[in-house]
Design a protein around this ligand. Structure first.
Ligand code: F6R
Length: 243
């Protein structure tokens, strides 16, 4: 794993944007794996700014998001469909037909299977953006999930529901389940960029880099990926020296 430590979360966003923009320029029909949550918002802003200022085009780019909540409509203001539209897709020239998120309405098991197949048929992910949960989760793969897991329905842990409750009116409104790409699906990406900002991630970051590769900390599996870059701010990197 390569580690880049930046002075601020704004720099993390700029640094990450360089990787995405370089890839889109080099391979205009690339496949991007995208994440939601607070962490990638700065990155998406950088991509929008670059699109407006330099015209980098996403016309031929395809995207696959990591996950979607079960039990809320795609049009709900906290769905990941809505998040992606308002924070990125509506503001660049990507084609709606080329954006993919798990369909968390209807036959969930069948939808999850179909999503995994769709990623494979698209040729696999060139660059996957990841955040990390304070408990070390990646996508919604919670501690204890099998490293061989693929896209499926997942029950969210209480700690994750608590972390995400800031986006909802109350904890009760936070969905209990999601459809999420699995660890194996994520490990299939050619290149992975994991972004982490803030002290709340420092413990998980230290364990994923210096700890054992173990299912109790899902992100530790990235030690086995041959092209993963961690882009951290100083707060998230704070515990890295205390092995
Ligand atoms: C989002 C996702 C999650 C988040 C993680 C960190 O699509 O899959 O794993 O990346 O929960 O969330 P934030 O960035 O809000 O701290």
């Amino acid at each position: 794993m390569k580690i880049i430590v930046c002075k601020s979360k704004e720099e993390v966003a700029k640094e990450a944007a360089k990787f995405v923009i370089d890839l889109v320029k080099e391979k205009n029909d690339c496949i991007l794996g995208l994440a939601t949550g607070s962490t990638p918002l700065g990155l998406y802003n950088e991509l929008i700014n670059d699109y407006n200022e330099n015209g980098t085009s996403y016309k031929n780019v395809t995207t696959f998001n990591l996950d979607e909540y079960v039990g809320i409509d795609p049009s709900h203001e906290q769905s990941y469909h809505t998040y992606m539209q308002s924070n990125l897709f509506d503001k660049i020239d990507i084609k709606q037909d080329n954006v993919n998120l798990p369909n968390a309405v209807g036959d969930l098991e069948a939808n999850a299977k179909e999503y995994e197949t769709r990623i494979k048929e698209a040729g696999g992910i060139d660059l996957q953006i990841l955040g990390i949960g304070s408990n070390g989760h990646i996508a919604f793969n919670e501690p204890g999930e099998d490293f061989e897991s693929v896209t499926r329905v997942i029950e969210l842990m209480e700690s994750t529901r608590n972390d995400n409750s800031i986006f909802f009116e109350s904890l009760d409104e936070v969905p209990t389940h999601a459809i999420s790409m699995g660890i194996k699906s994520i490990m299939g990406a050619s290149k992975i960029l994991l972004l982490a900002t803030g002290e709340g991630k420092a413990d998980a970051i230290n364990k994923m880099i210096n700890g054992e590769v173990d299912e109790s900390l899902p992100a530790s599996v990235l030690q086995r990926h041959n092209d993963t870059i961690l882009i951290l701010d100083e707060d998230a990197a704070r515990k890295l020296d205390c092995k």
